[in-house]
Design a protein around this ligand. Structure first.
Ligand code: PXG
Length: 465
């Protein structure tokens, strides 16, 4: 089928996620046809460096035959069976064991789901159930953070702190509160990063006290906020949060959907930051995105109560631990270990990206370039003032579109440009990524200057009056 035919059918029948349907219908979608390594190809013959690893997930890169074989072999052997009603199957059991071996020592159980959102729905069910079983049924409040992303189901979006999502679809799940995010560049530049990190931790403590410890079930957070804008907290933040949490009896949920499986140079973001979570939702990199699978790793404290005192847990999904998805995830973990992917991110390509990415700080459009492991962000600012552009200029979206035209997928969150490339990216490919990003920034700067000039031109003033 030709590009135009696909575009027409897409426009006529397909409602895309997180999309302005009408605007997309006018612009037409990009049709991605195939991919290999860290590159995707579209139907018009463009080869594009995918610096987002799909949607933060294709960690082993595209075209890994071993994963394809794991899926097909399992589909032939047993394409589906469930884990309900006292049944299970070898891939789910093997994956559960492998995951618990990689997880911190106090995490020895996993509950499988089909996605990260379902994992966070499971989290909400588990923490409230845990406290009810502990004889503290009032402990129901979950404290999350503004601008966090925990998924798009009703529980996921309620835990998340994305204001535009809350504004759509009516009331969110009750008893979820949001506290300040540790976004120094966006919200804390009037003080030092470390002081700001401690202020954010203090805001968590203030919220616990306001709600009353006896009513708070858990605190949930991403180690590094992904969808919110690759927000790497100030160094003081996590140690200060740990100090706060040590003073209260509430559970810690660390959302590892993006940071898990090597993104920060450890198997889990929690390990990087020295956290001891009670629950860790996982998904994405678990299967390198080849098939959909997620889950919740459950620490011994919660697991023992659910097992010993819980009776039946009325929760689960048709595809919890789906055999083909589990087989692919298992193979993905085996390959990651055999190829030393996590160590490579920590000791080689992570530091190399940090070094190369930091050079972009010198670009007039860049107010901050930050990275950790293989996650990174650029904050776009007006070269004239060093401050944010007017929102109406749409600098981030413009830069994203220009990146695509230059053969690079870099995502924009407002005027923050973010990357999260496949973990198999090489040093030479990092050089290419940074070169493409720099070219795109140059072009963005030119186009923004032209837009600003047009805004100030007499013609524009006349038409506006
Ligand atoms: N937690 C975190 C931290 C995530 O990043 C989810 C949960 C939900 O996972 P599922 O599998 O249900 O999507 C996510 C997902 C973006 C973007 O635009 C990010 C995600 C999903 C879709 C878009 O950056 N993250």
């Amino acid at each position: 089928m030709q590009t135009q035919t696909y575009r027409q059918l897409d426009r006529d029948h397909h409602l895309h996620p997180f999309t302005d349907f009408k605007a997309l219908a006018e612009e037409g979608s990009r049709i991605v046809t195939h991919a290999e390594g860290i590159y995707i190809h579209d139907s018009e013959g463009h080869r594009i460096l995918d610096a987002m690893a799909g949607l933060w997930c294709v960690n082993l890169g595209y075209g890994r035959e071993e994963l394809v074989e794991a899926a097909t072999a399992q589909l032939r052997e047993l394409p589906y069976y469930n884990n309900f009603f006292k049944s299970t199957h070898p891939p789910a059991v093997k994956l559960a064991e492998a995951l618990c071996r990689l997880a911190p020592p106090h995490m020895n159980r996993v509950f499988f789901t089909g996605s990260g959102s379902e994992a966070n729905d499971t989290v909400l069910r588990m923490v409230r159930r845990y406290w009810a079983l502990e004889g503290k049924p009032d402990k129901q409040w979950v404290i999350a953070r503004e601008n966090a992303y925990h998924g798009s189901t009703v529980a996921g979006l309620s835990l998340g702190g994305m204001a535009p999502m809350h504004a759509q679809g009516g009331p969110t799940v009750p008893k979820i509160a949001h506290v300040r995010q540790p976004y120094w560049f966006g919200e804390g530049r009037d003080t030092s990063p470390d002081a700001f990190g401690r202020e954010c931790a203090a805001a968590l403590e203030a919220k616990i006290q306001e709600l009353g410890e006896e009513n708070v079930a858990a605190f949930i957070a991403e180690p590094v906020q992904g969808a919110g804008g690759a927000i790497i907290p100030p160094q003081s933040y996590w140690p200060a949060v740990k100090e706060v949490l040590a003073r209260y009896d509430i559970l810690l949920v660390v959302d590892e959907v993006i940071c898990g499986f090597g993104r920060l140079g450890e198997w889990f973001g929690s390990v990087h930051y020295g956290l001891e979570p009670d629950l860790m939702p996982i998904a994405k990199g678990l299967s390198s995105g080849y098939l959909p699978i997620g889950g919740v790793l459950v620490g011994d404290r919660v697991a023992e109560t659910l097992i010993e005192r819980g009776g039946e847990f009325f929760h689960g999904f048709t595809y919890s631990g789906h055999p083909a998805c589990a087989a692919v995830a298992l193979k993905n973990l085996e390959l990651m270990q055999a190829e030393g992917i996590v160590e490579r991110v920590r000791d080689d390509v992570g530091p190399y990206l940090a070094e190369r990415w930091a050079t972009l700080t010198g670009h007039p459009l860049v107010g901050e370039a930050r990275s950790l492991g293989l996650i990174g962000a650029l904050e776009l600012v007006d070269p004239a003032t060093g401050e944010r552009f007017a929102k109406s200029l749409g600098a981030g979206t413009l830069c994203r579109d220009i990146c695509f035209d230059h053969g690079l997928v870099m995502r924009s969150v407002g005027d923050t440009m973010i990357i999260s490339p496949p973990l198999v990216i090489t040093r030479a490919e990092i050089d290419e990524l940074v070169r493409l990003a720099c070219e795109a920034l140059d072009e963005t700067a030119r186009r923004l200057a032209a837009r600003e000039q047009a805004d100030e031109s007499p013609l524009r003033e006349e038409s506006g009056s």
